[in-house]
Design a protein around this ligand. Sequence first.
Ligand SMILES: Cc1cc2nc3c(=O)[nH]c(=O)nc-3n(C[C@H](O)[C@H](O)[C@H](O)COP(=O)(O)O)c2cc1C
Length: 199
Amino acid sequence: MSDAGHADPVHDDAPPPPDPFALARAWLPPDDDPERPRVTLSTLGTDGYPDARTVLLSAFDETGFAFHTARSSRKVAELAAVPRASIVVLWPDFSRQLLVRGDVVPDGDAAAAAAWVARPEYLRRLAWLNTEELAGLPQAERVARWAAFSAPERSADSWVGFRLVPREVTFWAAAADTASRRLQYLRTADGWSCRPLPG
Ligand SMILES: Cc1cc2nc3c(=O)[nH]c(=O)nc-3n(C[C@H](O)[C@H](O)[C@H](O)COP(=O)(O)O)c2cc1C
């Protein structure tokens, strides 16, 4: 914590930690916290234009930032074509923004199982029922089908996980009494470099 009263290590005069994970751990909730950060996940659309949507951050550690989704979804096809992505996390409020850019790899089945168990029932149903067919039905029919459906157990065919392996992690922190500031970590051959950037 800075002597100047700023509430964030990004504004601290002390040398930054050697890698971004300690700071990310200080910012983000632990993996077993049911309140998951909402993350803007950007991918490259198969039409060549950027694509983006909100997902929940399932978990993270030194191996990457995990998210989970329906195998039939557009993002899965996009990541199969170009396994690169970025996420932006606005957490816990407008005072902090975390950007991660990197390569995407499949997440392990055990991690997918853990993320599935942690999802509320509504979101589990979504993984099965959020289909083009349902989206095209009249509202009364959509409500009836939703009410009649109970989500089966997770299946690796329907629910998949990915891990974003960072090559850049940038922390943005607001300050009430000076300019916002960023700390940008870039992966190097033997670790991480870190430099401050203007907000
Ligand atoms: C707050 C919020 C959280 C969401 N979390 C997820 C999620 O964790 N996984 C997911 O597949 N979709 C999630 N969605 C739905 C996605 O934003 C998106 O509409 C859906 O995954 C289809 O995206 P795609 O067609 O780009 O693949 C969430 C939406 C909102 C608004």
